[in-house]
Every structure is written in C-alpha cells, then in structure tokens.
Design a protein around this ligand. Structure first.
Ligand code: WT7
Length: 651
C-alpha cells in the first residue's frame, strides 16, 4: 500500500497541444528555445540573468558549490536590490514612467512614477535608519496591499535590512511567532484596512502580538490607512508613518552595496512540522532569477502594465509584483480588493481602465470567474491583454480553456507556472513565445533547470507514472537557507534523494508529479503534510492542532478539496450542531488567520485509520474531491468511508 499522500487536486491528463498565437510569438521577448545552449553552458548560462541587473562590483564566479547545498551565486559581486528596482530607471527617460499603479478597495487609485517611488523609498529608508535599523536587522512588515508595503520593502532593501513580510490576514499569534522566530525588533504595520465595506482593526491585533513576543520590539511604524474611519492611539515606541516620512522629507539615502550572498528577505511558509519555516533569499541570485523569469515567462517589457493579482504577503507577490517587474522597469499594478467587490466584473474593469498587458493569477480565482459566468469578462474590452498566467496549484484543462477563451480571447498564451517559496521563482512552465501549451500540464522545466520525477530510490520514473518532483542542479533563485536553521534546511529539502558522500545534492520539492513523453510535467499535489489552497500553503499539522484545541473536539484531519475540508470527530456526547463549527472557525482565525478557515467542516464519529492508527488523509482527500477511492483494504474501519461519502453527498 502506498503510504504517500497526494493531497492536492491532481488534474486529468493534459489534452492536445495548442501552439502559441502568432501575434504573440512575433513580438515575444524570447522567440527561440535557449534550453540546449543553457545546458551546454551551465552554470555560465546564468550570466544572462545577472546581466539584467546593475552591479556595484562585478562578481568573480557564477556559482560556488564548496558549501553545497548552501550554494553561492555570483559570488564576490555587490549590488543593491532597491537601486536595481529604482535608481537605475531614473536615468534616461524612465523617471516619469509609472512604476506602481494602486487600485484601492474604495475605488481609489494612485500612481507613483519611478521618481516618486524612489523619493518615498528614500524617505522611508531614512526614517527606518533614524529609528535605529542597521544592516542585517530583520524588519517585519505586516501590511495589506497598499503602496506603503512595497515602499517599506524597498526601503529595507536599500539599507540592507532583510524584510519579513507577514500576510496581513494572519492572526496576532501567527505574527508574534514570526516576529520572534526572526528575532525582529522593528515592525511596520497599519491602523487597519477595509474588508468589503467595513473598517477592520489591524492595530489591535498588532498590539496583542507585540505583547507576547519574548524580546523587545523597539519600534512600530503605523500607516494610517483608515483616517477618521478608525481613530487609533499610538503608544510608546509607536510612530506614525506619514509623520516620520515628513520629518525625513527629501532626504537621500545611499543604497548599501550588499554582497550577492547577503540576505534580501525572509519569508515564512508552512513546512511539514507545523512550525513555520523562515525561507531566506539572498540578494544577487534571487534578484537575477526573478528578473530573468519575469522577462522570459511573463514577457514583461518596460512599457507594459503588468498585473499579478496575488498578495505581496506571499512569495508570488515578492517575486512577481515587486522585485521582478520593478527590476525590469515595468509598471506593476497593485490591487487591494477582492475580485467580486463591488461587483464580479471588478478585475475586468481594472484591466480595461489600465490597459493591462499581462495578467497573472491563481487557478482558484479562475474557477470563481468561470462559476460567475463569461458575461463579466465579456462586458469589458480586454483587448490590451497579450499574456495570461497562473500559479499556486494545478489548473485543470477545463478551467485553463475557459481562461484562454473568455479572458484571453484565444489570442493570449496561458503560462501555468510551477514553483515554490523556496525556489524563489518559476521552475516549470512553457516559454510563451516558444513552447506549445498543454492544458493541464505546467510544462517542461525552464532553461537551465534539471527537474526529474523519481521513484522512492531516486530513479526517474517512466512517462505517465507518478513520482516525486526533484531538482538536480542548483539555480540562482533558490533559497539560501532557513532562518536560523541550516540543519533543518538540509533535512527538509536535501536529505531524501541526495548522496552527500558523492557530492550529489538533489532538491526534494515535496510535490508529486507525472511527466508525459514530451517532458511536460503535471504537478499532482504535495507528498507531505502540506496542503495548497488558493495559492496559500498551509500545514495540516498546524491547522489540525488549532481545531483540536477546541473544546468538544476529539480528533481532526484536514485535506484539500474545493477549498479546505476539515473532518472532525467530536468528543463523546457532544452535539456539534450547537455552535461547534463557529468556535472551530474562531480558533483557526486566532491561531493562523481567516485564510486558513475550513471551507467545509464534516463531523464524523470516527476518522478512517490504518491498522497502525494512522489517519488516511489520502482517502479523506479523495472523498472531498469526489474521486475514486482506490484500495481501502488497509483500513481498520472501512465502514466509515461509505458513511462519509453519504454525508458529503447529501450536504
Ligand atoms: C506549492 C508551493 C509559487 C508561488 C505560490 C505558492 C503548489 C505552485 C503550482 C502549479 C501545481 C503548484 C505546489 C508547490 N503549486 N504552483 N503551477 N501547479 N501546483 O508558493 O506557498 O511556496 O507553495 O504550491 O504544491 O509545492 P508556496
């Protein structure tokens, strides 16, 4: 019996290939397949990525592997990420080009030219320095999708202080865990933000979180997002963002020349243990890689208006809202709201008004658009679009085709990009001006990337067979380590398929996948205790412990279905209909945040278990997704499966 659990919603086999539209190919950034050249020149091929940046000091070598798997890219080089994203675009004609277009929740919009953004970033950098932030201090940023978030990120980068962005929807508990784990003494946050129409108090969460941090938080900067709608009080060591910047108006701050290997940021993500892991990205390799992939895959050009509808609180936003697009000097759009407020055509109205060229989102969003109906995109002029992308989870062929036809009008390639927080940037996807597309498969590995699907012994599996998705050669965007956890880094990603004695290091992605005879990879989901829902990665252990902490709950198992499914068995004599789901929801909100709230809670007297007492999440996942259950002979209590199927079918 295969004990591996593939909890993602694997897609059906990829359909026939679709060639990229000629109108796109004729003007694509990349029109010829560089894969062969990359393989011949590897690792020297990655100079092409480094060349997209401006270096303060040229690097000595492309790749140093003497401390593998702690690889060093562009070693000896010095650069500053903020200078690459801003200063160098100010020379020549670009200073008055829009860098950032912000679309607020209340219909507000704000545009920053490259010059305006650079000025605010320098003021913010001066303010942070003034508060005592020095190079290598970790600054926590707990902000929603407002311009002050990228400003603060770039201000940190300018002074060489790694940022740790915590998604604004995470709870006070989650915030304090991350502040503490990163030993961060500085925080930038806001008074609150609008949720649908209502003012939501963020600062209350922050004050609670800071109280429970074990070390001293020296300064908290508060952006006043809500004004009169939510008056707030500034306590000791708390400063108003706009007052601080005004005090540093017009100041210039020299960008700190960082070693290529120096940290740019930490991003906490879910791991197998339930403890969040601080994935650390180094400056030179990461920035080169996100710039290169944004150019090659998203086809971003300086004159474009580019929109990635993710949140900056996740890696997608770091790489492809902020660093990649700004390094290339394009206009990046920042959207604060939700896709269906005030109405279900909100995104298409924004695309039309801003003449967006490239649009990148998550499959779950596309599934929602599809459910709402084609009349919403069709009621707007979307002819400015030339390329569409998805990221975060598998996209099934039906949804892919709907996106291609109803959003792209059949004229835009769709790139299904597979990557992870740890990979820094895209790894598997078609090159939109080069490769044919197969709906349902992410695509082949990018140039220079050696991805293989292997069996438990590390041997490549035959086409069509499922196995573990591994990467054999290092790549510039790869994480440098886990914050404060070099051993955990090796253990978590490099232990399963590597042979350190032979100097043979293999990266284990934790995903299961299948390759077709043309080398196109379909990603099936996680092999470990992590679930992906809407491009958010959550640890089942963390979620389950939040649920089990609820009085009246005996046991819980969480899987990915159409959203997050929680199977909960109540304690003897407890009637779950008496408010239990609400309490579970609140506990999850408090422990992790509303993003982790189960979409569906299924009560059951028992969970399906193996004879050794292990909960069979694989089965629970199949039940949630209405899939074939396969072999259930290992179960101690097979009857429960039928009961669960019935319960779910009835609801
Ligand atoms: C996990 C990484 C990469 C930024 C967003 C999530 C899943 C990601 C795809 C895709 C199938 C995908 C994987 C991966 N995933 N992209 N195109 N097809 N699955 O970053 O939170 O680090 O999650 O998301 O399971 O391991 P993350």
């Amino acid at each position: 019996m295969d004990e591996r659990r593939w909890s993602g919603s694997g897609t059906a086999d990829a359909g026939p290939s679709i060639p990229p539209p000629e109108s796109f190919v004729s003007r694509a950034n990349m029109r010829e397949d560089p894969r062969e050249e990359f393989d011949e020149e590897w690792p020297g091929c990655w100079e092409r990525a480094a060349e997209l940046l401006s270096w303060e000091t040229e690097y000595d070598t492309v790749l140093e592997d003497d401390e593998a798997p702690f690889y060093r890219w562009f070693d000896g080089g010095k650069l500053n990420a903020a200078a690459n994203c801003l200063d160098r675009h100010l020379e020549g004609g670009a200073k008055n080009r829009a860098a950032l277009r912000w679309e607020g929740k209340r219909g507000e919009s704000r545009t920053y030219t490259y010059r305006e953004l650079a000025v605010e970033v320098e003021e913010c950098a001066a303010a942070l320095s003034g508060l005592g932030v020095v190079e290598d201090d970790v600054v926590t940023l707990y902000l929603p999708m407002i311009p002050e978030l990228p400003v603060a990120m770039l201000a940190c980068a300018r002074i060489g202080a790694p940022h740790s962005v915590v998604f604004a929807g995470l709870s006070a508990d989650a915030l304090s865990t991350r502040i503490e784990a990163a030993n961060s003494e500085y925080l930038v946050t806001c008074d609150g933000y609008y949720r649908r129409g209502d003012a939501f108090n963020q600062k209350g969460k922050v004050d609670n979180a800071v109280l429970s941090v074990g070390h001293d938080v020296r300064a908290t900067v508060v952006v006043d997002r809500l004004g009169e709608d939510l008056p707030h009080h500034l306590g000791d060591d708390q400063y108003d963002y706009h007052d601080l910047l005004a005090a540093h108006a017009g100041e210039s701050v020299e960008p700190v020349a960082r070693d290529s290997r120096d940290d740019l940021f930490v991003m906490y993500t879910s791991g197998t243990t339930g403890e969040p892991k601080g994935v650390v990205h180094a400056t030179g390799g990461y920035l080169s890689y996100v710039a290169w992939t944004a150019r090659a895959v998203l086809d971003v050009e300086p004159g474009d208006t580019y929109w990635c509808a993710a949140d900056i609180g996740w890696i997608t936003g770091h790489s492809y809202i902020v660093y990649g697009p700004l390094a290339l000097g394009t206009t990046t759009l920042l959207y604060e709201g939700t896709p269906d407020y005030p109405d279900r055509d909100r995104l298409w109205e924004i695309v039309e008004r801003n003449a967006v060229d490239v649009f990148y989102t998550a499959p779950t969003a596309v599934r929602a658009f599809m459910k709402w109906g084609a009349e919403y995109p069709e009621s707007h002029d979307l002819s400015s679009l030339r390329l569409l992308g998805t990221v975060g989870e598998p996209i099934d062929p039906r949804t892919w085709k709907w996106y291609y036809r109803h959003v792209g009008g059949g004229n835009c390639p769709v790139v299904d990009t597979w990557w992870q927080t740890e990979t820094g940037g895209m790894m598997l996807t078609t090159l939109p001006g080069v490769d044919e597309m197969k709906p349902g498969a992410a695509g082949p590995p990018l140039p220079g990337i050696d991805a293989r699907v292997v069996d438990p012994d590390g041997e490549a599996v035959d086409p069509g067979e499922a196995g573990s998705l591994t990467i054999r050669r290092p790549w510039p965007g790869m994480a440098r380590t886990l914050y404060g956890g070099d051993d955990a880094f090796v253990e978590e990603y490099w232990s399963r398929f590597s042979d350190p004695a032979a100097g043979d290091w293999v990266y284990d992605s934790g995903d299961a996948a299948r390759v077709d005879p043309d080398g196109y990879v379909t990603v099936l989901g996680r092999t470990d205790d992590v679930i992906d829902v809407s491009g958010r990665r959550l640890s089942t252990a963390e979620l389950e412990s939040a649920i089990v902490a609820t009085e009246g709950v005996a046991e819980a198992a969480v899987v990915a279905g159409d959203g997050i499914y929680a199977y909960v068995s109540p304690e003897q004599g407890v009637d779950p209909s008496r408010g239990l789901p609400e309490v579970i929801g609140t506990n999850v909100d408090d422990a992790i945040g509303p993003v982790a709230r189960p979409d569906r809670i299924v009560f059951t007297p028992d969970l399906p278990k193996t004879r050794s007492g292990k909960i069979m999440r694989r089965l629970l996942g199949a039940i949630a997704r209405g899939e074939d259950l396969g072999d259930t002979s290992a179960l101690r209590n097979p009857e429960i499966v039928g009961e669960l199927r019935e319960t779910i079918g009835e609801e």
